[in-house]
Design a protein around this ligand. Structure first.
Ligand code: SAM
Length: 239
């Protein structure tokens, strides 16, 4: 359970109405049951329910299981239509992304600029926070302001890959797998919007040392490709 600061009183928690309802009505917890709580300091603790009717919990111990990926993944995402972007915010959080960089690429269908994008920031941060709560162990990713190709170089990592479906025609299947076999602490992955990247954009990215790579022969939807890459990265770190 994700706990707000004002619910915490030393080693006791007076649970808020939303979590209280979930514990009592949905999970049907009773006094003596134990629950995992994520506190605002991003630390995780085991709490015991001392009074379920009043929603009162008592701290038992800190849980030091770290569920974060052991590498920092930055997703630079060619801004797709709004609902797709919000979907990717939620799912990328669950998959352990560290930073999401919205990128206004040449073929981004959505007509927006940094100012109008910033007005939606509060909504986006709410989605990230909820996604973090739902997968309660993931840190809330950083969401940067909207960038254009001019700012791309500010978000590069040890390894930098742009998913480019034309690469598969050049037989460049292995580069994603090969890249993950290298030793790295940070990785940046770049995925295009519904219309993909313009060849001139790919050329500019390659000039920055970003490697164009195929994700295989199937053309994935714009909102599927980042999740595929994050899943493969996450899984490859577990092996
Ligand atoms: N050109 C695509 C088409 O023919 O429909 C449109 C772009 S695709 C829907 C959206 C993005 O997903 C692409 O810009 C790319 O970043 C990524 N992508 C999808 N399938 C891919 C693949 N097989 N290999 C590499 N990237 C892929």
């Amino acid at each position: 359970y994700f706990i707000e600061q004002n619910c915490i009183h030393d080693d006791l928690i007076q649970i808020d109405a939303y979590n209280h309802k979930h514990m009592q009505r949905v999970m049907r917890y009773r006094n003596g049951d134990q629950v995992v709580c994520l506190l605002p300091d991003h630390r995780t603790y085991l709490y015991e329910i001392v009074n379920i009717d009043q929603g009162l919990l008592k701290q038992v111990e800190e849980i030091n299981e770290d569920h974060e990926l052991d590498v920092d993944v930055t997703l630079i995402y060619g801004l797709p239509k709004n609902d797709k972007f919000e979907f990717v915010l939620q799912k990328a959080t669950e998959l352990g992304v560290k930073r999401i960089v919205p990128f206004l690429s040449q073929r981004s269908i959505i007509k927006t600029n940094a100012l109008t994008f910033a007005k939606k920031n509060e909504r986006y941060l709410k989605i990230l926070k909820e996604a973090s709560e739902q997968s309660y162990r993931q840190m809330i990713p950083e969401l940067t302001s909207l960038i254009t190709i001019k700012e791309l170089s500010h978000y590069l990592s040890d390894i930098n890959l742009v998913a480019y479906e034309e690469s598969s025609k050049q037989g460049e299947h292995a580069c994603f797998a090969r890249a993950l076999n290298q030793d790295f602490q940070t990785i940046t992955i770049i995925v295009g919007p519904e219309g993909g990247f313009d060849e001139s954009e790919i050329k500019q990215m390659e000039a920055l040392g970003i490697e164009a790579c195929s994700l295989g022969k199937r053309i994935l939807r714009s909102e599927t490709a980042p999740l595929y890459m994050l899943s493969v990265i996450g899984y490859s770190r577990e092996l």
